[in-house]
Design a protein around this ligand. Structure first.
Ligand code: MRU
Length: 353
């Protein structure tokens, strides 16, 4: 699987796969500054909840890559800048909280020492996410059987994470082990992460995929063409409500109406125990131009009102199970998620690759 970014140790910079150029061009851009990283996150050059957390971690490292007066203050300002890029995916705030702790724990470190400490932490966040993807893929695979067709929405594969994926991980692992699995991929309006990135990644992994427009999902389920749905998550509230790409909620309701299992695959770093219910999750609203004028062509009148929320919230009651790196949880999600998270903090970090 391709990772969303690479750390270049000689040049002390990040090389980032520009996801806005997929699937036609695989362009790697150099990121040298916090501002460039903030722009890359905001404009979705790097996207997907775990990937933006990892990118933000490296963004903080970049803030002290060369001489600065007060490295601690500069690194904390970088955390503030990066946390203002996108509001919904909690992995961004999870990673920045860890980066801030490194700064707070080393008030006397000189710039070079702080640079190395921050780099170690960013690399640990990336490593742990990769291990979590592999582990949750293994758990997710226990829900699949040979011959199944899995529907997915948006993109929750390699470049949305550290390279393993969440929702796509069970499909990739199952295919590697010889199962015959197929995917139905929603295009995912307005920014087409499904058609541009999921279809591209599944093709590369040799998994047969059929692309549909978002409005075809109900019809395809009604026709019995979907055995299970697996999506990723941007934030899971303490009660199991899930924020994910706009359109996820509609799929979950349709899945319920057709008795199709609806699974959410996410690492525990996506669970936000401080947010008690889905209604409390801030939903990012993006520029109207993404809807009016996407991909080089105007498709709506100049002055029509446009509403463009990037995510929606699926209430826990529509979710069959949540797949994490520590196991699969079934409703009621709240206590089960808490137990898994507590196990995670009291045992060794999930870093084996
Ligand atoms: O706006 P995006 O492209 O960052 O939205 C991404 C999603 O909604 C993904 O489904 C989610 O982050 C899970 S990624 C493993």
């Amino acid at each position: 699987m391709i990772p969303p970014l690479r750390w270049n140790d000689d040049a002390r910079r990040v090389e980032l796969l520009d996801q806005t150029r997929l699937p036609m061009d695989e362009v790697w851009v150099d990121i040298d500054t916090v501002e460039q990283m903030a722009e890359a996150i905001r404009s979705l050059r790097v996207r997907g909840a775990p990937a933006i957390g990892i990118a933000a971690g490296y963004g903080v490292v970049l803030s002290v890559r060369s001489e600065v007066e007060n490295p601690q203050a500069v690194a904390l300002a970088a955390c503030d800048r990066l946390s203002a890029t996108r509001p919904t995916a909690v992995n961004l705030f999870y990673a920045l909280r860890r980066m801030r702790s490194v700064v707070d724990e080393h008030p006397e470190a000189d710039r070079e020492a702080l640079f190395h400490l921050l780099l170690e932490e960013a690399q640990a966040i990336e490593r742990e996410d990769r291990a979590a993807g592999k582990q949750l893929g293994e758990h997710g695979l226990t829900l699949l059987q040979d011959g199944m067709t899995v529907m997915t929405h948006c993109h929750a594969g390699g470049v949305a994470t550290s390279g393993y994926g969440t929702a796509l991980a069970p499909l990739v692992l199952g295919t590697e082990r010889g199962l015959s699995l197929r995917a139905v991929v929603d295009e995912t309006r307005p920014l087409m992460q499904g058609s541009r990135i999921t279809a591209w990644e599944l093709q590369r992994a040799g998994i047969p995929a059929t692309l549909i427009t978002d409005s075809m999902a109900g019809h395809v389920m009604q026709q019995g063409q979907v055995d299970a749905i697996i999506v990723g998550a941007d934030r899971i509230a303490a009660n199991g409500d899930v924020a994910n790409k706009i359109g996820t909620y509609a799929l979950a309701v349709l899945a319920g109406a057709h008795q199709i299992p609806f699974y959410v695959a996410a690492p525990l770093s996506t669970v936000d125990f401080e947010t008690l219910r889905g209604e409390d999750i801030e939903i990012e609203e993006r520029d109207a131009e993404e809807v009016r004028h996407g991909f080089g062509r105007q498709t709506a009148p100049d002055d029509v009102a446009i509403y463009n929320p990037a995510f929606d919230v699926t209430p826990a009651r529509f979710i069959t199970a949540i797949i994490t790196e520590r196991g699969i949880v079934k409703p009621p999600f709240g206590p089960a998620l808490r137990t898994l998270a507590d196990e995670r903090t009291t045992s060794a970090p999930d870093a084996a690759l």
